[in-house]
Design a binder for this molecule. Structure first.
Ligand SMILES: [Zn+2]
Length: 263
């Protein structure tokens, strides 16, 4: 059995911090709090072999970037979620996803950095994206305190994800929608899962456990009903959609409805 992957997620800011100058309801701190919780849920509910913790148990808690980075001790991955702002914090056109990885590409950090950047940009509909390191001007270490501290306590992979710019009206409006936050969390979750080769938790109807309920499961259930396929005990359990202890026409119809999205 493979080892459990441990992930630490950080919401960039606390309370009501970093308000968008163009969408006044938007605060970076609030949107990123939602995003990191949604990402934790997506990972834990969707995949086996992963534990996800967050840096602060309450949104109102202020904790320094270094203190949050130091919490990455013992984790395989640490991510701090943000939305960016142009220097003047006035509305502007910049609509770009930036993912920062270790200044020296420690442990090949650029690989997951690029994967995260692409998944985030594609989900947000942002054309421009960069995965890049940011080295401190004063020495051989990362510019960002969160990253520096995560490195100092031995975390092998650590990132800052800037989910585009809240100084861009389109991006801020997009991030304000809870539905979009869920989509973004799922996109980042799947990118992380692919990188670590996490196994999806098999849902009911997902007979072949590939993470989806689709025509391949339908065929297995159909063949089981017809008696031309002998499922294992685990498969049998996942075939029994209505949970009545037998595999019959009802399960066959139910899985058809699951695929069609009407169940
Ligand atoms: Zn931030």
């Amino acid at each position: 059995m493979s080892r459990e992957i441990r992930i630490l997620l950080d919401a960039g800011h606390y309370g009501k911090r970093n308000r968008s100058p163009c969408v006044r309801e938007y605060y970076e701190s609030e949107a990123m709090w939602k995003l990191h919780l949604a990402l934790k849920a997506a990972l834990e509910e969707g995949y086996n072999g992963v534990t996800v913790d967050i840096t602060r148990e309450d949104q109102s808690i202020d904790l320094s970037v270094n203190a949050r980075g130091r919490k990455a001790k013992g984790y395989d991955l640490a991510i701090s979620e943000h939305s960016n702002a142009v220097g003047t914090n006035e509305c502007g056109d910049t609509d770009r996803v930036d993912v920062f990885y270790a200044w020296d590409d420690y442990n090949g950090a650029s690989l997951l950095g690029n994967v995260l950047m692409k998944a985030t940009a594609a989900c947000m509909g942002v054309a421009e994206g960069r995965a890049k390191p940011r080295k401190s001007e004063s020495g051989d270490w990362d510019y960002y305190g969160f990253m520096r501290s995560a490195r100092a306590v031995g975390c092998p992979l650590y990132y800052i994800v800037e989910n585009s710019f809240h100084t861009n009206e389109r991006a801020a409006r997009w991030l304000l929608e809870d539905e979009n936050i869920k989509l973004l969390a799922q996109a980042q979750c799947d990118a992380i899962a692919e990188y670590f080769k996490l196994k999806p938790i098999a849902q009911l109807g997902d007979v072949n456990t590939d993470g989806r309920v689709d025509q391949y499961d339908y065929i297995l259930i159909k063949r089981t009903v017809m008696g031309t396929y002998k499922p294992t005990a685990d498969e049998l359990r996942r075939c029994d959609i209505n949970g009545d202890g037998k595999i019959d026409m009802y399960d066959y119809i139910a899985v058809k409805r699951l695929i069609a999205g009407t169940l």
